[in-house]
Design a protein. Sequence first.
Length: 198
Amino acid sequence: MTDAYTVFWARDRCRSIATAAAAHVPLQVLFGGPHLSMPSFLRAKVRPGDLVYPVGVHDQRLYVLGRMRVTEIVEWSAGADDGFERHLDRFPHWRFLAGRCLTEVVLGEHGTRVRLDAAMPPEALRRLTYRSLRATRTVKHVSDEGRLVRSLGVQGIYRLAAQSVQDLDAVLAQPPGLTPVFGRRARTPTMAPSEVLI
């Protein structure tokens, strides 16, 4: 059985995407490491076949940035000569995401283009549920109006409950908007809504 996860991208990473060449290609690769700013996919138990949804927060709203199905996770250890650099060279559009403490390259397929305008509706955010082997939890610090007052509950990599996967897919399926997000105004799309980035 496959699982689905969210991975948090900080605001500066989202802003970088708005001006990067990666903004025009499907999501093909993600990077992991040992720190909160670049968490470990292996530690989170992500496996080939699983779906990963990058998410970001702006103006107390949670944005679903895209989706990718994992095909392989390549682990790297300091001093190992395993051709890790060639994995970075295969994805020049995404290399800027690979921070300094990189220890994992997550290869994927069937990726969407990254969107910077797909905010979760308040009701979907209120019911956003993560599950572990022991329990489930909803995201804390959501106001009565459906605003994410603190983003700590989504920072990291977390396994989604089935209903939440459907909610995230519904957010990605919505038509593109022109809402200013991450400090930039989205452009008018010239492609099909399912492929639109911003």
